[in-house]
Write a protein that binds this ligand. Structure first.
Ligand code: KG4
Ligand code: ZN
Length: 354
């Protein structure tokens, strides 16, 4: 079957077409179009919801058309429309959801709402044989709004076993980038600076805390770390002109985040014994996190458990929404009911994963 995915929960206008070959089990991306608004929001230091919505409105139809064109398909060859219905910025979510509802009605296609984080999780199955997924799965979610450890006993059955008590990991990257006057979004900027630092040439002996790293649970905390960076930078204003200082702060901050994420993931793996371990959400684009997590799992648990996510699907995209929709679709007994979804689907800014 072929699924058209639509995603507008934050600052990316995205549309993608997936083909699911139920004989081979392969989830094949036919197209994956993402129109980023980063430039628009940079001057505000973060995403402005109403500006994001206005931009989505301008881009959504051309982006959907581009995803059909790139897949060499017409609307008639689409079997299902899937759209993010939460969580996210309400004005932004509304554009995608209302467009999807309208297309569902006009094209007479079934429609499914998908949880954004469920999309991030299922991004891991794109370009793979979905039948090879081994349950239970442990998934570390690290995005701009979420940091969670989720245990998945079977498709679509989630237990959140740990989560951040304050800021999300991506949010911490963004806030620290602001403290260092680097711009937005912070993750890619900080990771680039961190990669330029060589620990054997440390000049400033920067050391930040690893909050909650030793607590006997699977929770996280990043706001204290961010505050530690803030105070340290305030005390060392005179050094901000030295690129080496910024690189060292970026490196040590990133390492503090990676250390806590890895420690809790290994603790959760040892307790819950997953057969697969996945990484998902925008922060998974951090290659140092990917590398160190794979190494830690190999050393402390089981090298074969970790499944690497294709970096193309780390950041917000619509292919991941279409992928998750396939598993939801399989579970709906009366497929006909999905033709009426356009009437009653609601967006929810704080939608919970169930
Ligand atoms: O999943 P995502 O695209 O949007 C949300 O659902 O929030 O994640 C965005 C977050 C931002 O906070 C961004 O700074 C972070 O992912 N991010 C990174 C990297 N690339 C993006 N964080 C660390 N290292 C990166 N390379
Ligand atoms: Zn996301």
């Amino acid at each position: 079957m072929r699924i058209l995915g639509i995603e507008t929960s934050c600052d990316e206008t995205a549309s993608a077409v997936l083909e699911i070959n139920e004989k081979s089990g392969l989830i094949i991306p036919l197209s994956n179009i993402v129109s980023s608004q980063v430039k628009l929001h940079t001057k505000w230091g973060g995403v402005v919801p109403t500006l994001a919505a206005r931009e989505h409105l301008k881009n959504i139809l051309p982006v959907i058309q581009a995803s059909l064109d790139a897949a060499h398909l017409t609307k008639n060859e689409i079997d299902l429309i899937a759209v993010t219905n939460g969580p996210g910025l309400a004005p932004a979510l509304l554009v995608g959801a209302n467009t999807a509802k309208t297309l569902s009605f006009i094209w007479q296609k079934p429609l499914l709402g998908v949880h954004h984080i469920e999309g991030h999780i299922y991004a891991n199955l794109i370009k793979k044989d979905y039948r090879a997924a081994k349950f239970p799965i442990l998934c570390l979610i690290v995005s701009g709004g979420h940091t969670q450890l989720i245990l998945i006993k079977k498709h679509l059955h989630y237990t959140i076993i740990g989560e951040t008590q304050d800021d999300a990991a991506g949010e911490a990257f963004d806030k620290v980038a602001r403290i260092l006057n680097l711009g937005y979004p912070g993750g890619p900027l900080i990771s680039k600076l961190a990669s330029q630092f060589n620990p054997t040439n440390a000049k400033y002996a920067v050391k930040f805390p690893r909050p909650m790293i030793n607590t006997p649970d699977f929770n996280f905390s990043f706001s204290g770390l961010k505050t530690a960076v803030l105070y340290f930078v305030k005390k060392n204003q005179d050094k901000l002109a030295d690129k080496k200082f910024i690189q060292e702060v970026a490196y040590e901050f990133q390492q503090a985040v990676i250390d806590t994420l890895i420690a809790k993931t290994i603790r959760a793996a040892k307790t819950h014994k997953p057969r697969n371990i996945l990484l998902a959400g925008g922060v998974s684009a951090n290659t140092e996190l990917q590398k160190q997590l794979a190494k830690a799992i190999a050393k402390n648990y089981d090298a074969t458990a970790y499944q690497t996510l294709d970096i193309t699907y780390s950041l917000d995209n619509a292919a991941m929404i279409a992928a998750a929709a396939f598993f939801r679709y399989k579970r709906v007994p009366a497929k006909k009911s999905l033709f009426a979804t356009w009437k009653n689907m609601r967006i929810e800014a704080n939608l919970k994963l169930k």
